[in-house]
Write a protein that binds this ligand. Structure first.
Ligand SMILES: Nc1ncnc2c1ncn2[C@@H]1O[C@H](COP(=O)(O)OP(=O)(O)O)[C@@H](O)[C@H]1O
Ligand SMILES: [Mg+2]
Length: 512
């Protein structure tokens, strides 16, 4: 029997209704409720506001100007719920055209009406956590195709749980054998190889129905094995894939036309070798009798010193394999070199995908604002290709996942192309503005909600869900690489077991 949580009262319009909350219900903001409509049947709604009122404690009563009547119920709780809707015969989400009858009972929504109406899968898909707003644990599974064949963004302030959420997402994609390439500026993700050993998190695993494990098929690349000696392989980029244009974008100083000319000539010359290195190219430029060559050589030398083009190149098919997650660990690497790595990896993956040489994949970019900055915050060698990926990647089965703590600083062209938004706590007004501008139909209410989200709780909006939902992100199976903080989770509410009848509630509410 569904539990009654209250009774609709007052004037009822279409989109929402007010109800008097029964005392034992423990109703919370965000909770899902259902009401049986005389015409449409069961309709799902969600509590958006709750207020409590007590006649004994009005200003007048307390000042003694009126005496509170003895028999009046001392406290009333009133809630406002917004109607989500019902499914029609074709399974489409519809809103009722006739308001509810005042006096109608409001029940706690059960798992089945929630999953059906919100079009959530109950058994399979990408399992991110438990639905907020529901007392019995309800797992949220998202459709992997809808999620990965399009672009995703994960946005939140530092420490709100972005990397943790991304870790959960990668675990799920590993289970589904979806190839992922991770740009990892802080070296946080290679811990996916190891099982979670955080005591507090281990204790919570039962609630979320997961158990600790590490993944063998996580391969860690790094451009510099001295900085990251634990990596599995050196990431070397292929210099022979660079066009004059790529060089121009990559080099730190702006080239004059005569320098561009020299670069063009030198590339033509080395192409004749077939295989060549950056040294070969520099050697040829040395031979030119043009003073402008020195600047060009200095720029090329700077890149050579980073050693990113040194060693046997890692090809796209080395990074993208059916059930492998490739981590590109950039910890300690100079920012301008990181930018070049991202630019080249993104470009090569895109070309390989267009040529059908690698399977569809997800390219995940942490600290995306550093690689695809918004106009006014500079540009990087990766800006162009990331913009191209955002607008064309989907067509070729290359999904992007951009992660950032500064939504206002990410290229709007990239952010606005994301079809799924996973947003944790954000408080900075500029960031909130950037989020609301990049998401269609983002309401003021949602903006207020994300300012107050507890850590580890995410708002999920976009194509992958019928309606925005809040998800209590599950604990990770694997070890978390970022610095851990003890996250005080609220106790998931237990169901109140005392059954209530309509009469008993009525009596309790109107005890007059
Ligand atoms: N869903 C979660 N469950 C448990 N702990 C979490 C969760 N999300 C975040 N945390 C904790 O909060 C810390 C910060 O999260 P993290 O994802 O690293 O933040 P950021 O948003 O800066 O990437 C983590 O180290 C972890 O201890
Ligand atoms: Mg992080």
């Amino acid at each position: 029997m569904a539990k009654i949580v209250g009774i609709i009262f007052g004037e009822v319009s279409y989109g929402d209704f007010n109800f008097i909350v029964s005392r034992e219900s423990n109703l919370q903001k965000g909770q899902y409720v259902k009401v049986n409509h005389e015409v449409y049947g069961w309709i799902l709604a969600q509590v958006v506001a709750i207020s409590r009122y007590n006649e004994r404690y009005t200003l007048n009563a307390m000042a003694g100007t009126t005496s509170p009547k003895e028999n009046i119920a001392s406290e009333r709780t009133v809630a406002n719920a917004k109607v989500i809707g019902y499914l029609d015969e074709k399974g489409m989400l519809k809103s009722p055209k006739i308001p509810f009858k005042p006096g109608e009972k409001v029940y706690e929504a059960d798992n089945s009406i929630i999953t059906r109406t919100l079009n959530l899968s109950t058994r399979e898909g990408v399992y991110l956590g438990l639905l907020e707003g529901h007392s019995s644990p309800l797992r949220v599974y998202l459709n992997p195709n809808r999620l990965v064949q399009k672009h995703i963004c994960v946005l939140a302030k530092t420490g709100a749980g972005k990397s943790y959420t991304v870790g959960v997402l990668i675990e799920e994609l590993l289970e589904k054998k979806v190839p992922v390439v991770v740009i990892d500026p802080h070296g946080e993700y290679s811990s996916l190889k190891y099982p979670n050993n955080n005591k507090r998190e281990l204790e919570m695993m039962e609630i979320y129905g997961v158990s600790p494990r590490g993944y063998e098929n996580v391969v860690e690349f790094t451009p510099d094995l001295n900085l990251n000696p634990q990596a599995d392989r050196k990431l070397a980029l292929d210099v022979t894939k660079l066009s004059v244009r790529d060089f121009i974008e990559m080099l730190p100083s702006k080239l004059t036309s005569s320098q561009k000319g020299m670069l063009f000539e030198a590339l033509k010359a080395v192409h004749a070798y077939g295989k060549y290195s950056l040294e070969d190219l520099i050697r040829i430029i040395h031979e030119f009798e043009n003073k402008a060559k020195w600047n060009l050589i200095t720029s090329l030398e700077m890149i050579r010193e980073s050693k990113i083009f040194e060693g046997p190149p890692v090809a796209p098919h080395d990074l993208v394999k059916k059930d492998v997650v490739s981590i590109i660990n950039l910890r300690g690497v100079q920012p301008d070199i990181q930018e070049i790595v991202v630019a080249r990896v993104a470009q090569e993956l895109f070309d390989a995908r267009k040529g059908g040489k690698i399977p569809p994949l997800l390219l995940l970019i942490e600290e995306a604002h550093n690689f695809a900055p918004e106009r006014g915050f500079g540009s990087t060698p990766a800006s162009g290709i990331l913009r191209t990926l955002a607008s064309e990647g989907r067509k070729f089965g290359l999904g992007l996942c951009v992660v950032s703590q500064r939504p206002a600083r990410i290229d709007k062209n990239v952010l606005s192309q994301c079809n799924t938004q996973i947003i944790l706590k954000v408080t900075n007004p500029n960031d909130l503005k950037a989020i609301s501008q990049s998401i269609e139909g983002f309401t003021q209410d949602l903006e207020e909600e994300i300012k107050q989200l507890p850590p580890g709780v995410a708002l999920i909006v976009g194509d992958v869900v019928e309606q925005p939902i809040f998800v209590d992100i599950r604990v990770k199976r694997t070890k978390h690489g970022g610095t851990s903080v003890e996250l005080v989770r609220k106790n998931r509410r237990k169901k109140v077991t005392t059954p209530m009848t309509f009469e008993s509630i009525w009596k309790r509410i109107f005890r007059a």
